[in-house]
Write a new protein. Structure first.
Length: 239
């Protein structure tokens, strides 16, 4: 069984289920943000060890309080949310102006449902400033005129984190998460709630597989992010 879920700051919904199971309810005891944060932490620590980076501290990225702030605030600016306020009690924003997580799960007979891939995206007020990394790299200036006009008022949907269990990487679970994000971004744009632009930062030298994934899925770019970590570049896609 494979399922795809959409998480917002105070809700989780089942988006698709490849079985004909009559039970379409969400098992919130297993399918929740704390368990997804734990899945991401184990995944990233395992990957970093394979890359020879040892026990890299992932707590700054994989922690529930930061995830919830980003899911609510959208821009990732924690100052927008008072530390003393329970984000779960705040009214929901439209997803195009906040954060959203897509997560795929699998379940074999006699086994528990478990996460296999996730993608975390949130709203940003604009695209990162870049500088050419090479003469052949495409730049944000190649956006259509329509998109260039929409970004200042509608911002972009930025993919902040994503990951897939190595055992399941050939099963396209990450692609399913991205496809659902694209559907939502397209719908937000059609309703006047977004620009239709998705962006993502990555470091090609460290994550060549991510670059291949992005290019395969129609992303463009490769320019260096001004003020970013060494080697960090911007990729973008217009839907």
């Amino acid at each position: 069984m494979t399922r795809l879920y959409r998480f917002t700051h105070n809700n989780v919904e089942l988006v698709s289920d490849d079985t004909d199971a009559a039970n379409q309810e969400v098992n919130t005891g297993a399918i929740n943000i704390p368990n997804l944060v734990m899945f991401s932490a184990v995944l990233f620590m395992t990957e970093f060890r394979k890359m020879g980076m040892g026990d890299t501290d992932v707590s700054k990225t994989c922690n529930m309080s930061d995830w919830r702030r980003r899911m609510y605030a959208g821009t990732g600016n924690s100052q927008e949310v008072d530390e003393d306020i329970d984000i779960m009690d705040l009214p929901a924003k439209h997803s195009s102006q906040a954060g959203v997580i897509y997560a795929a799960t699998t379940q074999e007979p006699e086994d528990k449902e478990s996460f296999t891939a996730f993608l975390f995206a949130y709203h940003k007020p604009g695209m990162s400033k870049t500088m050419p990394a090479s003469r052949t790299a495409q730049t944000a200036s190649e956006l259509t005129r329509e998109a260039q006009a929409l970004v200042p008022s509608s911002g972009v949907t930025h993919i902040w984190l994503c990951g897939s269990d190595p055992v399941h990487r050939r099963n396209r679970y990450m692609s399913k998460c991205l496809e659902q994000l694209e559907q939502d971004v397209r719908a937000w744009k059609a309703s006047g709630q977004g620009s239709g632009i998705m962006t993502v930062h990555t470091i090609p030298a460290a994550f060549p597989g991510m670059v291949q994934f992005l290019l395969k899925n129609g992303f463009h770019g490769g320019d260096l992010v001004v003020g970013g970590e060494s080697g960090k570049v911007l990729y973008w896609k217009e839907v």
